[in-house]
Structures are given as structure tokens and as C-alpha cells.
Design a protein around this ligand. Structure first.
Ligand code: MLT
Length: 412
């Protein structure tokens, strides 16, 4: 008799963005004439930079010739890409990361989910709340989250660290000691950041308590303020306690192209139950080589082009485009009298719903009356209730149009 992983049966409903898509489809079927503006899922809308396209074409041509054709590549990524990552993203910040500490993959969503494979199910997990749902759901699938409690919207075994306007979105150290801590900065969904000294508090805590920090830096390219760290390894001692996830998705428009990388320093160790130290880099390498056959050659050539002279200019144009949208959203919402956060170092704007309206009610209101889709804050965790997320990844004209519709709706 084949038994299922019953942890899956404990998962509530749909994955957040699938649920939003379901509701939007239902609405558009019933209202075929409505022009819906999608500001829900953080998916990019600009085409790939030209340098990336040129490189892709060239790589495709190479695949057509016996002399240059590529079969399996190194699971950890081709050195031409790893070298460029280190030379451009990491070492200019003084991080001194080695080639065998970088693992190229098909996405940070996969890596932040899969990293649990090399960690015991006995670990106590802490997340900031609201949180990117993948961290919680994948721990639930692994049996690390306990039971889902409908009443509180929390999993019984997960430690939730509230981040709301009340604490200025700065997570406080937890009262109970976790083993694994997920941090995402610039933050998805709130768009807020931690300054160096605020992130240092967490690194120091992890060092003294033998915790592991899983640091998601997928939105690093959107940082505009100089005192916001781009990498957790800018903090002394972080290589002993943190894994960092980076992605080309939001940086260079790769959401549909799929390429990311994860940094696991060799000095990072976790423990067996007997207290023996184990290098996580070795374990991840074992997992990666067994379960993953590498990102396609043509995609890695495309990612490499992000670091060419033209590529860098085009990527910064992309980031500027989306951050102009963020500014439009921020300013329009402020003029309408909304309380808003984020949108300065991140492409997400986190707004307080009027009169504490429940997030899903606000979602329905915007969808039905303005045909604008956003993401209900509570979908990211209980502390997201009464908040709502808008993304700046849309087209500029659509973003302007959405703001006009909201102005009309809220009569401002
Ligand atoms: C989001 O909307 O939060 C992102 O698209 C999630 C992701 O990158 O998977």
C-alpha cells in the first residue's frame, strides 16, 4: 500500500498566488469586458535585456553545432557564470566568496524550499510575519511545522516574529530559541529593509545560539539607500551562520527564464544530534549533484550577459523602470491618504487597508470596483491582516491607470 506524505494533507487550501489566480479567473469569466490590471504576483513585465537576448541566440546556435554542443554541465553551474557572479555581485563588496561556495540553480523559490532536505525535521523554525509563503509551506510539507491552526492562521510549531507598523517592521529577537531563522531583505511582502546594525543583531544572535539563518536576497538589486546591506555576509561572522539566496528573476527579468544562485560558505556548520559539526556546503553539494542536473547551458549564457557592460546598463534601466512605478504608486497612495510602507528599496508597496478592512475584503473591493488585483496581506501570515501588497512590476501605463482607478474609487 502506497502511503502519502500526510503533511501535505495539513496544508490549507491553495498556494497563495494560485488562490488569487483562481479568484481573478472567476471574476473575469463573469465579467468578460472588465480590463483587469494585475498588481498581485510579483512577476516582471519588461522583456529580457537585449544583451541577454543576444547571448541566448548565440548559445542556441552553439547547441546546433557538434563542435560547440553541450550535454550535461556541472550541476553547480558553469565556471564562466560563477566567476562573473563572484567578480560582480560579491567580491566588490569585500565578501571574499570562493567558486565552490556558489551553487547556480533554477530559482530561489526552489532553493529556499529544497534547502530543508539537508536539515533535520526536528529543527525549530522561525519566520518573520508576514512572510513569503514558500518558507512556511515547505516546512509544513517536511513535517517541521506541526498543525495548521485555523483560528490563528498559524502553524503550531513555527515561531512567528511579527513585523508590523507597530514595531516599524523591525523583527524582535524571539522569546523562544529557534534553530533556523528565515530572513528576507529587502522584504517580501512589506518592501521594508534592515540596516546593517539591525541585521547584525540577528547574526550575533545566530552565532551565540548556533542557529542557521536562511537569508533571501532576491530583491537586492532594488536597494537604493546606502546604509542597507546587499548581502548578509557584509556582517562580520555571517559566513559561519548564514546561507544566502540570490536570483536573476527580479534583477534581470528572469521569472520565466529561471536562473538563480545560492551561497553556502564552507565555514558554515550545523550539527548532528550528538553535537558533531557538519559542513552544510558538502551536504548541499551532495544533494544538488544527486537531485539536480544543472541550469541549461543557454540560460547560464543568458545570465552571464547580465554582467556584460551593456547588460549592466540594461539591467539598471529595468530596475529604474520598476522603481519609477514604485514611486508612482507610493505618491498616489500617499495623496489618497493611505498609510504605506516599502517601495524605496524594493518593488513592493505595503499599505494599511482603510479602517482596518480585512485584507481579503479589500482584495474583493479592488477587484470588483476597480478591476485591480493586489495581494491580501493576510495571505502572507497573520500579521499581514489589515494590510495589502501592490507590486511595481507592471507596465507603467497600467500602473498609472490603476492609480487613477483607485483615486476614483476612494473619491480622492
Ligand atoms: C511574489 O509575488 O511574492 C513573488 O512573485 C514570489 C516569487 O518570486 O516566487
Amino acid at each position: 500500500m502506497a502511503l502519502v506524505n500526510e503533511n501535505y494533507l495539513k496544508l490549507p487550501g491553495n498556494y497563495l498566488f494560485s488562490e488569487i489566480a483562481r479568484r481573478v479567473n472567476e471574476f473575469s469569466t463573469a465579467n468578460p469586458d472588465a480590463t483587469i490590471i494585475r498588481m498581485g504576483i510579483g512577476d516582471v513585465t519588461r522583456p529580457l535585456p537585449d544583451a541577454v537576448i543576444q547571448s541566448l541566440h548565440k548559445a542556441v546556435d552553439e547547441m546546433s553545432q557538434a563542435e560547440t554542443f553541450k550535454g550535461y554541465g556541472p550541476e553547480q553551474g558553469y565556471q564562466f557564470l560563477v566567476n562573473k557572479i563572484i567578480e560582480n555581485d560579491l567580491n566588490p563588496r569585500g565578501l571574499n566568496i570562493q567558486n565552490d561556495e556558489v551553487f547556480v540553480s533554477d530559482g530561489s523559490k526552489s532553493d529556499t524550499g529544497n534547502i530543508g532536505d539537508i536539515l533535520s525535521v526536528k529543527n525549530k523554525v522561525a519566520v518573520t510575519d508576514p512572510v513569503y509563503p514558500v518558507y512556511v509551506d515547505t516546512n509544513a510539507m517536511a513535517g517541521r511545522a506541526g498543525d495548521f491552526l485555523e483560528k490563528t492562521g498559524k502553524w503550531s510549531d513555527i515561531l512567528y516574529i511579527p513585523c508590523t507598523a507597530d514595531n516599524n517592521f523591525i523583527p524582535a529577537l524571539p522569546a523562544q530559541k529557534p534553530d533556523i531563522i528565515y530572513l528576507c531583505y529587502p522584504n517580501n511582502p512589506t518592501g521594508t529593509t534592515l540596516k546593517k546594525e539591525q541585521l547584525k543583531v540577528w547574526v550575533d544572535y545566530a552565532l551565540s545560539n548556533k542557529c542557521l539563518i536562511l537569508f533571501d536576497a532576491a530583491y537586492e538589486a532594488y536597494i537604493s539607500e546606502s546604509d542597507v546591506p546587499h548581502s548578509i555576509y557584509e556582517i562580520e561572522g555571517a559566513k559561519k551562520v548564514a546561507i544566502e539566496f540570490r536570483s536573476f528573476s527580479k534583477t534581470a527579468g528572469f521569472t520565466g527564464t529561471r536562473c538563480a544562485y545560492t551561497i553556502i560558505p564552507k565555514e558554515l556548520e550545523a550539527y548532528t544530534e550528538k553535537g558533531e559539526k557538519v559542513q552544510l556546503n558538502k551536504l548541499w553539494n551532495r544533494r544538488h549533484t544527486t537531485k539536480f542536473n544543472g541550469v541549461p547551458y543557454i540560460i547560464q549564457r543568458a545570465a552571464e550577459a547580465v554582467y556584460s557592460e551593456e547588460g549592466k546598463i540594461q539591467v539598471s534601466e529595468l530596475v529604474n523602470y520598476y522603481m519609477t512605478n514604485a514611486k508612482i504608486i507610493r505618491e498616489s497612495l500617499l495623496n489618497m491618504g493611505f498609510e504605506i510602507y516599502g517601495g524605496i528599496n524594493a518593488p513592493y508597496i505595503w499599505l494599511k487597508t482603510p479602517n482596518n478592512m480585512p485584507s481579503w475584503d479589500f482584495f474583493d473591493l479592488l477587484l470588483q470596483k476597480a478591476h485591480v488585483v493586489g495581494t491580501p496581506g493576510v495571505g502572507f501570515g497573520p500579521s499581514g491582516e489589515g494590510y495589502f501588497r501592490l507590486t511595481a512590476f507592471g507596465k507603467k501605463e497600467a500602473t498609472l491607470e490603476a492609480m487613477d482607478r483607485l483615486k476614483t474609487l476612494f473619491n480622492k
